[in-house]
Design a protein around this ligand. Sequence first.
Ligand code: 5GP
Ligand code: MN
Length: 353
Amino acid sequence: MSIQENISRIFSPELLGQVKEFIDSHNCFVVTTHMSPDGDAVGSTVAMCRYLRSKGKQATLVFNDRPGYNLSFIKGIDDCLVFERNNQEPEKCQHDAAVNAISEAEAIVCLDYNALYRLGDLADEIRKSQAPRLLIDHHLDPVVEEFSVVVSEPSLSAACEVEYRLILELGDDNLVTREIAEPLYCGMMTDTGQFVFNSERKDVYLIVARLLETGFAKEELHRQFALELERRVRLKGYCLYHKMVIIPEHQAAFISLSKPELKRFNHQKGDSEGFVNAPLDIKGIKVVAFFREEKNFIKVSLRSKGDYPVNIIAEKFFNGGGHKNASGGEFQGSLQKAEQLFVKALPLFDKYL
Ligand code: 5GP
Ligand code: MN
């Protein structure tokens, strides 16, 4: 018996029919994902473009903004158009090409986000298009009115897992070559913290086993993912030694970085990705916030262990959302105000400690 026969089937025939019709009845696709793309966003979109092309379709990958250099280990990441204007290197600006691709698209595939606003500035451009949208995602509470076909599976590890299962159940498993398997694996690996969280179900490993059959270099991917630049390591040391505040009575910690601090460490996009996880490794800490001062807002990242629902903190206090143990949002105000809000919220959640 082949590995894929052991993977449970989860989609209804009606839904599979809708997805099949969506793909079969269009030829020219644009594939999108959320702003500040992470590993699952990049992996799922790169794989989707390749899958559509293997079915003889035309597919263009459009990102709102360029993914951080830390994701450059995902091959195919450069096969994209970036919507955000590149003012530093105007000759490399792809904004017009991205707008053009969207205006020509007959259909739009939306991966790893649950609502159009998660696209950032790209959302307006997508809204302007009449093209129908297919959502393939694993976030809670999709805004279903914004999509023509909705494949939303919040219990799954990654959008990449939803996507593989969809390909499998559409009867296209034979199209999953190494070029498609590798980015799908990258998304599952990054969205589960290298298979630490959200990865208890045996199907995760059956899918991994199936993807590995294509022969990509798994160990090399993990090694590249773990590589860090000197300036990031120094900034992390600074955060943990000088900036981490621990609130023992609420088993909480937070770190914040101001604009001058980011400048001092020559912070580039992606440099502080994942810093929010470090204080969770401290015995007794259950919830962590990381605040980073951006141009017009404070970027908030929240992480927790066990039943502690940081998505509620993100929704109620930081205009955001996400998963129970990993959420984020944006705060309008000063760093200090964001910190105060977090500290004030903590007593409301002591019941989860
Ligand atoms: P991160 O802290 O890595 O930026 O985000 C963790 C998770 O929180 C993301 O996968 C996403 O589900 C959610 N998230 C992050 N930022 C936002 C936001 O601004 N709004 C919403 N609704 N969710 C967010
Ligand atoms: Mn994801």
